[in-house]
Design a protein. Structure first.
Lengths: 46, 733
């Protein structure tokens, strides 16, 4: 039972990491520092 | 009348001077801001748009100065988003002063923007940047005469070396506080235009005094004469064009040109005249180095072969430098790190499956991608070098000519070149294209460019199957991407995106030798996100894949796992392409998230438990071995740089090959099917991150859907042609 809970927690964590990095951050990625990509939403000053 | 003294008095010690920084792209504006602001720069967005906005507040001689970086523009005409942002900010916010960054090596062109800035009537300080290069070229610029003619302080600067920064800030403080001796000169448009400007100014003051207060009067009069739509809309003068309409019509008839062209000609004439007065160049007969190189590099017949050779050399150096370090990282991950992790999990008495998740899932997945990080950094270093040296702009120019010959829009090639690093910024870079149709067409072609994420896949397969010719094989894949992008461009232009494509002016900066520091900084900026990716969604996917390969719980054969069954279901599609195994199909499915995950998946599927050694080395022995092997790898990389045109170093030693999980790949793939698999990976579909960029940039999934649909069809057809063609030619199966 504890194994099942631990596995479930790990899977949820992995899915959250995917959601956050792929969707929430709008695919901020290598090369974006060159300035062509939109800035990350959390840094918006307006 | 407000005197400088009154203004100084009015300014409290806490008054923040707002200073806008304007300039042409490539004038060194960003470097200058970095030199002034250092780490105080804050990055955000301009309101309502996705153009980056940088700001910094500095303290200088007891005053606070707020620097606002405007987007780099060539003019203040309202055509591109950047121009509108810069213009709106200057007109509406009325900063205390403007720093106009000019490239001293390209004075005349940069002065066109200066002419427009002076029209705003705000205090301007001209930073004559890249002054050292201008001096090296033998240019003599009479800054005193320039100050006199512009009515603005002119400060020579070398932003890369932080030269002239104090003088610049002194001048900015003087200009911003109204203490400067000089006021922006009204540059005369001459004769009848000047008379028309005066007439409109008078009408505005008499009839619309509120507008005269809201806008710089001379600027407003010029815009009304030009018939600037945005200004007419904002001022609600749309129906009152009579204010300047009559004068405009008269001028157009008299000069035989429309007002906008007439004004642009006048400003160019002002810039050319001023340049003639203040700039002395060495003997005209002396051909400069840049021109000499360009005569060869941009030659009609040699241009493309030189571009292809430059790419080949880039890959050659990338692999010669990167590969010894790849072997080192691989050794550390598969050896000591795996052993230590296992030992740790045994020591904490963790369940067996958790240890397996850590070693096979995380180290087997993330570690496999991290193995190729030295290659990615090496390639980013050489791409940065080509960009910084000025050659990338020439590559775009050469391709522009080729694309025009095919009836395509050459400017599209600039975002496509960016796609070599990563498709995502390339998709966002399409916004530099004015026409929405051009944007979409270019974005559709970008996924065909080989991004850095595909490099681990190529490196894995070429290392195993084409060790002696790895550079040439990888170069061929990049060229295949470019050729297919051009072919698809022609196809789309004749079907979905019909119409004429405008010519455009491409800037060719002079050749420069980038400094090592700047190369390192930019390489790190480009490459660090591969590390971030490895720590975020590649890690997330590796964990999920481990579960997919081990569910149903306790499954004995990975073939019967969830991922195995998905792979088996799709495998027949790939049978005619030479890689109809479930492992290859599963890797391509997960590779949708990011192309590196193709390699990650293979690492997990083929990964085997290492055979137990009689006496595993101690921690100290492991650390010593890691240090020694790193030294060896660096020495080998250095030796390869020296003898760069020697033997390709990507060759994997035979015993190593068979000992590693990669050996299993050689049993399932032939050289021909490996080549087909790489071509399919290059073309088959944009990754998940690119999908998000498509949605974000175009506000719809439609274009991503089209890119995916045509990508899958094209990938299958090309892979089929390579595999079946190769078989027909007797190249194996």
């Amino acid at each position: 039972m504890s194994d099942l809970l631990l596995a479930g927690a790990i899977i949820i964590g992995a899915v959250y990491v995917l959601y956050r990095s792929l969707w929430k951050k709008r695919g901020y990625c290598p090369g974006c520092d060159a300035g062509t990509c939109p800035t990350k939403p959390e840094k918006n000053s307006h | 009348m407000k005197t400088a003294a009154v203004l100084r008095q009015a300014l409290s010690p806490q008054k923040v001077l707002t200073v806008a920084v304007a300039g042409n792209p490539n004038s060194g504006k960003s470097t200058l801001i970095n030199a002034l602001a250092g780490t105080r720069l804050q990055v955000g967005n301009w309101p309502g748009v996705t153009v980056e906005k940088k700001e910094a507040v500095l303290e200088y001689q007891g005053r606070k100065i707020r620097l606002v970086d405007l987007p780099g523009t060539y003019s203040l005409s309202p055509y591109s988003q950047e121009e509108v942002i810069a213009r709106d900010y200057l007109v509406r916010e009325k900063p205390d002063a403007i720093i106009d960054v000019l490239d001293a090596t390209n004075l005349e062109r940069n002065l066109y923007l200066t002419m427009q800035l002076l029209e705003l009537g705000l205090p301007v300080v001209a930073a004559l940047n890249i002054f050292d290069e201008a001096q090296n070229k033998g240019y003599r610029i009479d800054t005193g005469a320039m100050e006199e003619m512009l009515g603005a302080k002119v400060i020579p600067t070398v932003a890369t070396r932080k030269r002239g920064m104090e003088e610049l800030l002194d001048a900015v403080v003087d200009a911003g506080e109204g203490a400067a001796e000089r006021r922006p000169r009204k540059l005369p448009y001459g004769g009848d235009i000047e008379a028309a400007v005066t007439e409109v100014e008078k009408k505005v003051t008499d009839l619309y005094p509120h507008l005269a207060e809201r806008y710089p009067l001379r600027w407003l009069a010029l815009k009304l004469l030009e018939g600037d739509r945005q200004v007419l809309q904002e001022t609600n003068l749309g129906d009152h064009h009579a204010l300047a309409g009559e004068a405009s019509r008269h001028l157009q008839q008299a000069h035989g040109e429309d007002m906008e062209a007439l004004m642009a000609d006048a400003r160019y004439a002002q810039a050319a005249g001023l340049t003639r007065e203040v700039l002395r160049k060495p003997e005209a007969s002396r051909v400069e180095l840049t021109e000499k190189i360009d005569r060869v590099v941009l030659n009609r017949f040699l241009g493309i072969p030189i571009f292809l050779l430059a790419m080949w050399l880039m890959f050659k150096l990338t692999f010669d430098v990167g590969n010894p370090l790849v072997d080192w990282v691989d050794g550390v991950f598969s050896g000591p790190l795996t052993r230590w992790t296992k030992a740790l999990f045994i020591w904490i008495a963790a369940p067996e499956w958790l240890g397996s998740l850590a070693t096979e899932g995380v180290i087997g997945g993330v570690g496999t991608v991290l193995t190729f990080v030295p290659l990615i950094f090496a390639m980013m270093f050489f791409i940065t070098f080509l960009e910084g040296s000025g050659y990338m702009a020439r590559a775009a120019f050469v391709m522009d000519r080729a694309m025009h010959a095919l009836g395509l829009h050459g400017k599209s090639f600039i975002p496509m070149l960016l796609g070599f690093g990563c498709n995502v910024p390339a998709i966002y870079a399409t916004r530099t294209l004015e026409n929405p149709r051009d944007k979409v067409l270019t974005a559709l072609l970008i996924p065909l460019m080989s991004c850095g994420a595909k490099l681990p896949v190529y490196a894995l397969f070429t290392g195993l199957f084409f060790a002696a010719h790895s550079t040439t094989v990888i170069w061929s894949l990049y060229v295949l991407g470019i050729v297919l992008a051009m072919a698809m461009g022609i196809f789309f232009k004749r079907t979905l995106f019909r119409g004429e494509y405008p010519l455009f002016i491409m800037e060719l900066p002079p050749y420069r030798l980038p400094s090592l520091k700047s190369l390192m900084i930019h390489t790190w900026e480009k490459g660090k996100h591969f590390l971030i990716k490895a720590g975020t969604y590649i890690l997330g996917m590796s964990i999920l894949m481990w579960f997919l390969l081990n569910l149903p719980w306790g499954v004995k054969d990975k073939k019967d796992s969830v991922l195995g069954r998905i792979g088996q279901g799709l495998a027949p599609i790939f049978q005619p392409l030479g890689f109809g195994q479930w492992q290859a199909a599963s890797s391509l499915v997960t590779g949708f998230i990011a192309k590196e995950i193709v390699v990650t998946t293979m690492g997990q599927i083929y990964g085997k438990e290492e055979e137990k050694q009689e006496e595993p080395p101690t921690l100290g022995e492991d650390l010593k071995e890691i240090g020694l092997s790193l030294g060896k790898a660096i020495t080998e990389a250095g030796r390869n740089v020296v003898a760069t045109f020697g033997v390709a170093s990507l060759a994997v030693e035979e015993d190593e090959k068979t000992a590693s999980w990669r050996g299993a790949l050689t049993e399932q793939f032939s050289p021909l099917s490996a080549l087909t698999f790489m071509a399919f990976t290059l073309l088959y579909m944009p990754c998940m991150v690119t999908a998000v960029a498509f949605r974000h940039e175009f506000g719809t999934w439609k274009w991503f859907g089209l890119a995916t649909a045509y990508g899958l069809v094209l990938a299958w057809l090309v892979a089929f042609a390579i595999y079946q063609g190769g078989r027909l030619l007797g190249l194996g199966g």
